[in-house]
Design a protein around this ligand. Structure first.
Ligand code: ARG
Length: 460
C-alpha cells in the first residue's frame, strides 16, 4: 500500500470510508487533461528558471507526456486512496519516472494547482457554451426569417393582447440569448487569469516566473494577489449565475413550446425525435425534451445557490470546502451544453402551423386597440376611444360577433368618424404590418431586426 503523498506527519492509519468522504477523485478526474497541461507548464518554468536542472525538467516532461497519452487512450484509472486528480497523477508520474517525479511539486501547492485546473476547464467550457449559444441564435434568426409574415396572437397575462409576427416573437429570444452570450464572453475575460504560482497561499521563496507559466497556458493575465488567486471562485459563480439566466430563458421558451404543442393551441409541432409517447395513452405525443430543459433549470439554479452558500463564510485562503465547487460546475456545464443543443435541434426542426396561428388572431378581440387607435387618430381623446371600444367589446361578446363583423351603419351610428377603411385596420395582418415604430412588430421592423442580427452573427 502506497503511503499518502502528504503522509509525513501522520501515523499512517486511515479508514477507507473516511478517505472516501474526503476524496474528490470521483469527480475531479474530469480535469485530468487540464491538470497535466498545468504540470507541463509548471515543469517547463522550473527548468527555465533553473529551479530544477534541464535534465530533471526533461525527464518530468517525458513522464507527463506519457500520462497524457495514456489518459487519451483511457488507460488511466484513478483511486480513492490517492484522494484527488493531482495526487493520482503525481503517483502515476512516480511510477513512470521514479523519484525525480517528486520535484514536480516544487514551488507549487495543490491550492494553486486546483485553481489552475478549474480556470483551464472553465475556459474550455465557456468557449463551447458561447459557440452553442451562437448556433442557437443562428437557428432562431433563420426560423424568424421564415416567419416574418406569420401572424399570431401576442399575449399579456396569457390573454390575447395584440397580433404580432411570429418572427418577432422568436427574435425576442434571439435578443435574450445574445445578452446571455455576452455575459459568458465577459465571464471568459475574468476566467482568463492564471493563479499558478500563488502556491499554497503566500507565494514562494523559489524564483518562479508566473508570467512565463501564464503565457505557456494561454492565460491573458495573472492574479496579482496570491491569497485571492487560491481562494477566488467568483469566476465559477459568475458562470453558474450566467448559466441560471440562460436556463431561465430556455425554460420560458420551452414553456411556450409546451403550450403551443397542446391541443388548445396547436401553433407548432415538434418532430418525433424531440417527443415521446405514453405507455398507456396511444394518442400521446409529449414534448418531453422541452419539459426536461424547463425541469433542469432547477438543478442549475441549485448549483448556483449551493456554491454561493459554500463560499459565504469562508475565511481566506484555501479551505477544503472549496472542493465542493466542482460537481455543480461540471453538472451545470453539461446541462447547459446539452440543453442548448436540444433547443437548437428542436427549433430548427419544428413545424409552424401558420394557419392555426393566424386564425387565433381572427377569432378574438385582439384588434380592439386598432379601433381605439383609429378613433384617436381622428381626434377622439384616447381615453374616450378606449371607453367606446370597451363597450363595443362587451356588446360583441353578448352578440357573439367580433369587431370586424360589426356593420358600418352600426359603427356610424356610434360615431360618424368611422368610415369603410376601418375594416382593413381591423385585419390582423394589417394590425401587425402597421406597427412601424422602432423595434415594433411591424414586418419592416422585424426584417430590420433580423438584418441587424445577421450582421451581428457574421461579425462574431
Ligand atoms: N481536491 C482538492 C480540491 O478540490 C485539491 C486541493 C487540496 N488542497 C488542500 N490543501 N487540501 O479543493
Amino acid at each position: 500500500k502506497m503511503a499518502k503523498l502528504w503522509g509525513g506527519r501522520f501515523d499512517g492509519k486511515n479508514e477507507a470510508w473516511i478517505d472516501a468522504f474526503g476524496a474528490s477523485i470521483p469527480f475531479d478526474q474530469k480535469m485530468a487533461k487540464q491538470d497535466i497541461t498545468g504540470s507541463l507548464a509548471h515543469v517547463k518554468m522550473l527548468g527555465h528558471t533553473g529551479i530544477i536542472t534541464p535534465d530533471e525538467a526533461a525527464e518530468i516532461t517525458r513522464g507527463l507526456l506519457i500520462l497524457q497519452d495514456k489518459l487519451a487512450q483511457g488507460a488511466l484509472t484513478f483511486t480513492i486512496e490517492n484522494e484527488d486528480i493531482h495526487m493520482n497523477l503525481e503517483t502515476y508520474l512516480h511510477q513512470e519516472i521514479g523519484p525525480v517525479a517528486g520535484k514536480l511539486h516544487t514551488a507549487r501547492s495543490r491550492n494553486d494547482q486546483v485553481a489552475t485546473d478549474m480556470h483551464l476547464y472553465l475556459k474550455d467550457t465557456l468557449a463551447a457554451v458561447i459557440e452553442k449559444i451562437s448556433t442557437l441564435r443562428q437557428v432562431l434568426v433563420d426560423k424568424a426569417e421564415e416567419n416574418i409574415y406569420t401572424v399570431m396572437p401576442g399575449y399579456t397575462h396569457l390573454q390575447h393582447a395584440q397580433p404580432i409576427s411570429f418572427g418577432h416573437h422568436l427574435m425576442a429570444y434571439y435578443q435574450m440569448f445574445t445578452r446571455d452570450q455576452t455575459r459568458f464572453e465577459e465571464n471568459l475575460i475574468r476566467t482568463d487569469v492564471s493563479p499558478l504560482g500563488a502556491a499554497a497561499l503566500a507565494g514562494t521563496t523559489f524564483p518562479i516566473d508566473r508570467e512565463y507559466t501564464a503565457k505557456e497556458l494561454g492565460f491573458a493575465q495573472v492574479y496579482s494577489n496570491s491569497l485571492d488567486a487560491v481562494s477566488d471562485r467568483d469566476f465559477i459563480l459568475e458562470f453558474l449565475s450566467n448559466a441560471s439566466l440562460l436556463m431561465m430563458h430556455l425554460s420560458r421558451f420551452c414553456e411556450e413550446l409546451i403550450l403551443w404543442c397542446s391541443h388548445e393551441f396547436q401553433f407548432v409541432e415538434l418532430t418525433d425525435t424531440f417527443s415521446t409517447g405514453s405507455s398507456i395513452m396511444p394518442q400521446k405525443k409529449n414534448p418531453d425534451m422541452a419539459e426536461l430543459i424547463r425541469g433542469k433549470t432547477g438543478r442549475v439554479y441549485g448549483n448556483l445557490f449551493g456554491l454561493l452558500t459554500v463560499m459565504k463564510g469562508l475565511p481566506l485562503a484555501y479551505n477544503k470546502d472549496f472542493q465542493e465547487d466542482k460537481e455543480g460546475m461540471f453538472d451545470t456545464a453539461e446541462t447547459i451544453l446539452t440543453s442548448l443543443e436540444i433547443m437548437s435541434g428542436m427549433i430548427h426542426t419544428m413545424t409552424v402551423h401558420t394557419e392555426q396561428m393566424k386564425e387565433a388572431t381572427e377569432k378574438d378581440f385582439s384588434n380592439a386597440t386598432e379601433l381605439a387607435d383609429y378613433l384617436a387618430s381622428k381626434g377622439v381623446p384616447f381615453r374616450e376611444a378606449h371607453e367606446i371600444v370597451g363597450k363595443l367589446v362587451i356588446d360583441g361578446i353578448q352578440k357573439g360577433r367580433y369587431l370586424q363583423d360589426i356593420p358600418l351603419e352600426e359603427y356610424q351610428a356610434i360615431t360618424p368618424l368611422i368610415a369603410e377603411d376601418i375594416y382593413e385596420k381591423l385585419d390582423s395582418v394589417n394590425a401587425v404590418k402597421n406597427r412601424h415604430s422602432l423595434g415594433g412588430t411591424g414586418f419592416d421592423q422585424v426584417a430590420w431586426q433580423i438584418q441587424k442580427a445577421k450582421e451581428q452573427l457574421t461579425e462574431e
